[in-house]
Design a protein around this ligand. Sequence first.
Ligand SMILES: Nc1ncnc2c1ncn2[C@@H]1O[C@H](COP(=O)(O)OP(=O)(O)OP(=O)(O)O)[C@@H](O)[C@H]1O
Length: 590
Amino acid sequence: MSTTTDADPEQSAGLAKPGALARLFAPIRPYLIVCGTLSALSAAAGIVPYIAAAEIARIMLDDPAGSAAAVWTWVGVGAAGAALWLVLLVQSSRVGHYADAAILHSLRTRIVRHLGALPLGWFRSVGSGRVKRAMTGDLEEMHEVIAHALGQLTGAVTVMAVAAGYLFFVDVPMALVVLAVLGLMGISYRVSMRSMTAHVNRLITAEGRISAASVEYADGIQVVKAFGTGGQVMRRFDDAVDEYAEAFAAWVSEVRYSSAMTRLLGSEMAVLTAVTAAGSVFIAHGSLTVAGLVAFLVVAVGLPASVLPAVSAAQGVRKGRMGAANIERLLSRPPLPEPDRPQVPARHDVELDHVSFTYDGKTRAVEDVSAVCPMGRVTAIVGPSGAGKTTLASLLPRFYDVTSGSIRIGGVDVRSIPSAELLRSMSLVFQDVALLRDSVAENIRIGRPGADDAAVRRAAEAAHVHDVIERLPDGYDTLLDAGGGRLSGGERQRLTIARAILSGAPIVVLDEATAALDPDSEAAVQDALATLATGKTVIVIAHRLHTIAGADQILVLDRGRLVERGAHDELLARDGLYARMWAAQEGVLA
Ligand SMILES: Nc1ncnc2c1ncn2[C@@H]1O[C@H](COP(=O)(O)OP(=O)(O)OP(=O)(O)O)[C@@H](O)[C@H]1O
């Protein structure tokens, strides 16, 4: 099967799939066409007042005494052009923003729905930065394209076309001079942009990495602080910043002359100088009138200011393409397959039948594990670090699907159980199950939305956390931060156990805390677990063996394989891996 891991989504961010933007924008194409057309018409109308001013100058210079009617006609045309420019600009912006809001809403909805259908294992493997970037940065790029870049590009092209048409109408040689200056600017721009694709891809990829690492940094600030700057996240952040700085320096040093030249040639000064110089020569030769020169001074000198926004718009489109490719890549992640013929199990014993799983298609994190975890019993999974305990437990709620073999609940393959039903049938008390930024009561109520206050309180009492909650400043209404800040490790665990007790799910999958708790906390957590486990199928991933010595069945994993099974005494008598681990831990504890 294709695993749900994404090799390195950030790394591939630079490889924009051609056409991604067009595909994502397909639903709003008609609006974009209307918006582009209105922008073009608005830009064309916007240049009319300049042309009118130039025409008035020509009329008055040629014949100052006469043609008042013609002058007033041009004044009217100029005013109409200005009014039309404004009306069309507002309409184009209205349509653009409508299309923008519609597509962003639709993309956000699609992304959120898709995220809801993706296997949880995918989120674990890519980290939250990638998901947040799709919802913020990538969508922001789309907004830039629709709301700004599209109008700027069509506007610039139209202004160029209309202005060039008028200038050629007034005087061909002078128009050629202006075009030559702008053409040289274009050539110098192309030279400075020649290596742009590689550099910009590198810059944008590095930018993406910086933002992903920043999000991870903020999310894991406690860990980062505890370990100083040596943490992996900090290193990733530093690397991304270095990479950005390097890419930027390389780009700047390569394009410094050509981009300075582009700026110079694309400035009003350059056009003004060229027009005045060439105009003087042509006037001296008698091939141009002063009135003709004035027309060029009025219309041509402002051209660079109208064309330059197209440069940043082109940049916006380039970024938009990458954002679109990122979003498309996210949307193309295969969702968790839902069963064709859904079944709901009547019993809740868990059966592992020759289960194997690989993350990377090569090494097997779990290999050919078969076992039965009966209802009403506690099954512990133990083994050295990296043995595959967490992986095996993650296969039960389908964070990942098995590579081969099957997992059955009450005889029904987990892949045949609708995912919502499957998750409802399990309480997951994992170490990294986060608390939400909400009140204590709501954090417990997640276990059974709609449960009344009395039920929440009973669950807290059963989980031995009620007294702790009562001592909080606002009791059950106390707001927790996302990490559960003001609660100790043992208290947080008991809160998640209360949540699981409230849910009443018949299967409990529990990842025991790796960090040792103080003896009082440990005892409270054990009591809470005993309450939770009553009458349920309990599967515990255990790191400290003495907490599961009383389990009905212990599965011992080593390098993905099930190497021993039995109760504590049987395993000690066998004198194998379990006995060695026990001796090692007891030795440490003694
Ligand atoms: N998301 C992942 N992507 C790729 N490989 C992974 C992933 N998670 C775990 N592994 C690998 O799978 C193997 C089993 O890891 P797992 O976390 O299941 O072991 P474990 O017994 O729970 O270890 P520990 O006691 O240290 O938590 C290890 O070799 C680990 O490096």
